[in-house]
Design a protein around this ligand. Sequence first.
Ligand code: AMP
Length: 592
Amino acid sequence: MSSTSPIVGIDLGTTNSLIGAMDAGFPILLADAEDERLTPSVVHFPSTGEPLVGRAAARMRALDPANTVYSAKRLIGRRGGEATDDVSYALVGERGAAVRVQVRGREYAPEEISALVLKKLRADAGRALGGEVTRAVITVPAYFNDAQRQATKRAGELAGFTVERIVNEPTAAALAYGLDKLGDRSKVAVFDLGGGTFDISILELNQGVFQVLSTNGDTRLGGDDIDAALIADFRLRISDLVPEADARLREALVAAKHRLSFEDETRIELPFFTGAESLVRTLTRAELERVARPIVERTRAHCLRALHDAKLSPADLDEVILVGGQTRMPLVRDFVRAIFQREPNVSQNPDEAVALGATIQAGILSGAVQNVVLLDVTPLSLGIETFGGLMNVIIPRNSTIPIKAGEMFTNAVAGQRAMLIKVVQGERELVRDNWPLGEFELEFEPAPKGHARVGVQFEIDASGILHVLARDTKTGAQKVVEMTSAVDVSDEAVEKMLEESLEHAFEDMSDRVFVEAKLKSDELLPAVRQALAQAGPELDTDELALIAQRVAEVEAALAAGAGQPLKRANTALDEATQRLATLLIERALRVS
Ligand code: AMP
């Protein structure tokens, strides 16, 4: 594997995938043996022999739907028990466990299916470039969490690639649109509606560097949903459809949907559709739009949230670019125009922008393209659990990556021999409301309470993958853990997390105040009792009565679970015991 081998750029899409390479300083997309650049992300498992991948597999989708796997990208990071898409092949997975595809009695992880697609792309690229291709840049939706990025990287490795970088799709698209040529501080929205995922990202160009100001989206929203709604609508209007006709109908309706991006009406013809009878119908753009409108409408809230997170209004944007095949639909363009109050830039082929950008990124990595650096952001905060089950954020949401950040922690209990590092992702104040990413133990030398020093460092590499390091600063003993899919969370859940964090912001804050105040009370009460036992007799009765009253107030607030009153009661007890504390110090000085 020589380091001079070319690096290819790959758009591993839900519906279609593409591969490109730099040629004489230009990014070009590579064609397969049939001279096609778009490879359907579909794998068919025949009863004997090797799996078919790409167009050959897509053709089998209608004929043998149970053994033809499509949209595997939607399954990456999904768990059993979550709402499932209506797919024509079998899915298995215990509640909470990663979803697997079941075909011909064998189970496959979604990334194994993606790996087969990548393997075909790799072979095609090798043929086109005249040599083995071993290094790749692969794109993922900006919203993919750590586990999903890892799974994508794994897919690349299974296909025989060294994955040089995982790049966010909108960032790649911005490069393909040549947005690095815009003026400094230009702000851009990347609206990406593909087959299965929707992403909206707001980028800012900063001295030749792209920075993602915010990202939002839904990995379960795309052209596939429009197809499904169109099929359902059509079935309602045709009474004598047999279920086996579904796949053929789907193919015909998707093709009609594509034509309706350029025509006002189109004919759907299915010879011998119900056995003897053929189906001939006219579908108008208006009819398609009526069905598609509620689905396209779902993009609006994400766009508004992304603008809000970036602290921008539509007027602040300099450019809005379209990515993903579904943005060819005039209705989608109308929505984009209305939301962002400007004409979208359609100068690039929306199907190819991400792959071209991935290729440019590959060119940057191999040194073929210079003077552009790409920065992405973390979609959710990352942290560890501290005392009382509180979330301690180490890398806040929307931080620019790559990033490294750390904090020092200590032991809660004297003589403790190990510290459990529980890594969590999310926006809530209490760890139990966030998602666990993984945990490990670091052993350290026993020390009195509060004396151990354990440094915890989070590093997110350029691919968005998290490495957690914990080190006992005294002995130098350390552990580094790459966070793999301890818990795979769907991107729908990411969105839910953001909504919940806003919704519960107030109660979360009071939960945090209470937990922190309780930690303080737990230290204060025993300390006051001990001090009273030693120096109490030196206080007068009024002082003793006041301290007893303040202690009772702290206990009452503790029992009531009330954060702010407990905080106030702690402060009052602290003040009431000032003289007691001074007496103790004086005693200690006298003794020594
Ligand atoms: P992508 O994930 O970018 O490959 O986008 C694929 C989606 O775009 C699928 O849902 C396609 O049906 C849809 N699509 C492709 N071409 C068109 C078109 N001309 N008009 C409307 N939708 C299209």
